[in-house]
Design a protein around this ligand. Structure first.
Ligand code: ADP
Ligand code: MG
Length: 775
């Protein structure tokens, strides 16, 4: 082993020589000049010194000051310079996948290398690294997965957690794990990086870790709000009122749809401020608004104004998601100025971008062309675009949210926090004084929360509870109580119970085989279970569609003035299936065909379907399939996807496996039909469900559903009829009741009276099914 250490020393020396040679080269010198101009360079030495003295360090600095590309690189450089090049191993995490690739490329280039040499990257399905890689940029999820196989991070010397101000669930979770790990791994160093200043919380969580501040060079930014923008565009007050009213109608529409119409106050629209107040409250409650119509026209008018009247500089528009970006881009392309590629370079910036699209956002167009970037909040802190002078901020971001009545997380556009507003505004003042247009009123701005709520407190924590188990971190409640801002105990115990009910944990809170599988799939457990079942039973193709349908906005549109027609369209897809999920499946399949034949637009408008939602489903399907393939669930591709795809009985069973314990019993007498949940609550079926039309005709004893909404009544929305045996075989675990002979019960208390021999048969079949899942 002394030979080994000689080899190591030699290798480290070679690394140092290589680094010095690059730094002294002409190209290296040029890049160094650029790097030295970044604000972070000013703290290089103090940062490295502090890091040598402390195990944990917190760093804050404006977006663009050089945190992500420079600080991990300083560590790498100084380790190589100190002759420890071979032994150092730095991991820098990002909450999102997208910046990982571009940052690694940038840093490698700054070191005169290609990605995959000393600097590498790793995201879920791709990566580029080698045994020589010493600095690895990855997503937080990749680090989480690494902890599963290497719980004490043996070979790692530095962990840098970036963007911790976002308070993502995985980052908060990693903080607890690392806090536990640090006292045991004394040579491991931890750096936390944040784009916002208020980081005392993090510092005190790590027993008063020092805070290093990087002072940025921010130029002043003029801020305008909706009122100012209307005046600037010369809109008459009447126009303002129209805009406001059309949004109001949309909100009202949405609320009628979700049965909250009773909560609407009188639609008095004589006062701008009171409008804002009411709509603000309603929108923040739970309103999934589509950006379209009036918003698009307003953005278009504003962009036209900027392009024809304002000084040079790129424009960054903050929107909510790629569907909206895609929609607006399409509209702008047909505009005389904005659609003219000799005048305007239109670029999208969102999580689904390809590498070539990504390069476009950093590109500097010719002097007479103005770059307009339509972005999600990815551009808020994760991606720095150099030449932005104008920012247009719609005040919203898509965020997973969670409603206690409803165990499925939804990605909804929501109002952002004041600190996000400041971040967005700051994007305009990077190169010179800038301008920011906030497309909401000052009144709304004042109502915004100061900071975003941590994800751990606003989303279901089922998946994170599973992670605690798969990382063998002990008791779930106990572990999560040590988080930065712990979730309520009741939320944790509920999540644990839920995981037991769906069969992911046993009664001793241990992972079952199913739980083990679910913990490697980064999706919500119920969706994961459905997908696994679909793979096991070789009917994945339709199951992918149904699972995707659970996570997007309902593709069935409900225009108020054509309600009847829209309902008929939906019923046509459902046939006599008594299933909203199968209706959506059929609609999707027909749409998919129409897409291939280039007639999808017409198909959507004929059938009252939302193109955006269907496109979103199509992209989700691909993601799910990719996940399953990567986790080894899909081996024989065509068999797994379609061998039993046409078996609707099987599909119903798999839907119930996924949606359990969302079960209603259908209770009919001669004149009426009522529905009860497993908790014995009476519920109604929402008018949008195909099952609402012909309740007496429902020929199934049970309905499984994915969503419960509490308004004036308790409603369920999408539902599918299933039989006794589907519930017994694919529902929760079976136990024998006390009464001799005739009673079989499943965990959630649903009771089935049956002969002992039949009951035995069911238990036998269930065991066979469980064995199948072990493989
Ligand atoms: P921070 O993490 O503090 O927001 P970064 O380290 O991401 O800052 O960026 C520092 C600087 O490096 C930015 O000003 C930007 O101009 C430049 N930069 C970062 N990534 C790229 C890239 N992929 N291409 C070109 N320049 C980049
Ligand atoms: Mg950064």
């Amino acid at each position: 082993s002394s030979d080994e250490s000689v080899v190591k020393t030699q290798k480290s020396r070679r690394l140092r020589e290589k680094q010095r040679a690059w730094q002294n080269s002409f190209a290296g010198q040029q890049i160094l000049q650029i790097r030295k101009s970044l604000p972070s360079y000013g703290v290089r030495e103090t940062f490295l010194q502090a890091l040598s003295r402390h195990q944990v360090l917190v760093v804050t600095g404006e977006t663009g000051c050089g945190k992500t590309t420079q600080l991990p690189q300083y560590i790498l450089e100084s380790e190589i310079e100190a002759g420890r090049g071979v032994s150092c191993n730095i991991i820098c995490t990002q909450p999102r996948r997208l910046p990982v690739l571009s940052v690694a490329e940038r840093v490698a280039a700054e070191r005169g290398e290609d990605v995959g040499e000393s600097v590498g990257y790793k995201v879920r399905f791709e990566g580029m690294r080698s045994t020589n890689t010493r600095l690895l940029y990855c997503t937080s999820g990749v680090l989480l997965r690494r902890l599963m196989v290497d719980p004490s991070l043996k070979a790692v010397t530095h962990v840098v957690l970036d963007e911790i101000h976002e308070r993502g669930m995985i980052e908060d979770f990693l903080l607890v794990v690392l806090k536990d790990l640090l006292p045991r791994s004394t040579r491991l160093k931890l750096v936390l990086m944040s784009a916002t200043l208020n980081v005392e919380l993090f510092a005190s969580y790590f027993d008063g870790a020092p805070i290093q501040q990087i002072r940025g060079l921010a130029y002043p930014v003029e801020a305008y709000f909706l009122e100012d923008v209307f005046e600037m565009l010369g809109y008459k007050p009447k126009r303002l009122l129209d805009y406001v009213q059309s949004r109001e109608r949309k909100i009202e529409h949405h609320y009628i749809e979700t049965n909250i119409s009773t909560e609407l106050s009188d639609p008095v629209r004589d006062n701008f401020q009171s409008f804002d107040n009411r709509s603000f409250n309603r929108m923040t409650q739970d309103c999934a608004l589509n950006w379209s119509g009036p918003e698009f026209s307003l953005i278009e008018a504003l962009l036209e104004h900027i392009c024809s009247n304002e000084k040079k500089g790129a424009v960054l528009v903050f929107m909510t998601g790629w569907e909206e970006i895609y929609g607006l881009m399409k509209q702008l392309k047909s505009h005389s100025i904005l659609g003219d590629s000799r005048k305007v370079l239109l670029v999208g910036c969102h999580g689904g971008m390809t590498m070539t699209e990504q390069k476009l956002i950093f590109e500097h167009p010719p002097p007479n062309v103005r770059k307009v970037i339509l972005a999600t909040n990815l551009a808020e802190t994760s991606v720095t675009i150099d030449d932005i002078v104008f920012v247009v901020d719609l005040g919203k971001a898509k965020e997973t949210s969670y409603d206690v009545h409803n165990d499925t997380p939804y990605l909804l556009p929501r109002w952002i926090s004041k600190s996000s507003v400041l971040q967005r505004r700051g994007r305009a003042g990077r190169v010179r004084p800038g301008v920011c247009y906030h497309l909401y009123s000052r009144y709304i701005y004042n109502q915004l929360p100061e900071d975003q709520q941590p994800e751990l407190l606003r989303t279901p924590i089922h998946s994170i509870c599973l992670q605690v188990k798969s990382l063998k971190l002990g008791n779930i409640v106990h572990f999560l109580s040590r988080a930065l801002q712990p979730p309520e105990i009741i939320a944790v115990t509920k999540a644990v119970e839920f995981l037991q009910t769906i069969g992911a944990l046993n009664e001793f809170e241990e992972l079952t085989d199913l739980g083990q599988h679910l913990s490697v799939l980064p999706v919500e457990p119920r969706i994961g279970k459905m997908l696994i079942m679909g793979s096991v039973f070789h009917c994945l193709n339709p199951v992918l569609t149904i699972a995707a349908g659970l996570s997007v906005r309902d593709p069935f549109l409900k225009p108020l003035d054509q309600r009847e027609l829209a309902e008929e369209a939906r019923l046509k897809f459902s046939g006599d299936s008594f299933s909203d999920h199968l209706a959506l499946l059929h609609a999707y399949e027909r749409w998919d065909l129409a897409m291939k034949e280039n007639r999808a637009r017409a198909f959507c408008s004929d059938n009252f379907l939302s193109m955006q939602s269907l496109l979103a489903m199509s992209s989700l399907r691909k993601q799910y399939l990719e996940l399953l393939r990567a986790s080894g669930f899909v081996q024989d591709h065509s068999r797994t996807l379609s061998e039993h795809s046409d078996d609707t009985t099987l599909l119903r069973a798999i839907i119930s496996a996924g949606l359990y314990p969302g079960v209603l019993s259908v209770m009919k007498d001669a004149v009426s039909c009522t529905f009860k949940t497993v908790e014995d609550e009476e519920v109604e079926i929402h008018a949008n469900s195909v099952n609402a039309r012909n309740k007496m005709g429902i020929r199934f004893p049970w309905l499984v559903f994915n969503e419960k909404v509490k308004t004036s009544h308790l409603f369920i929305r999408d539902a599918t009829g299933i039989s006794d045996s589907m519930l017994l075989l694919f529902g929760g675990r079976l136990t024998f009741g006390n009464e001799p002979g005739h009673l079989l019960m499943d965990r959630s208390g649903l009771e089935f009276f049956m002969r002992r021999d039949l009951a035995n048969l069911y238990v036998h079949l269930r065991n066979t099914l469980d064995t199948l899942l072990q493989k």
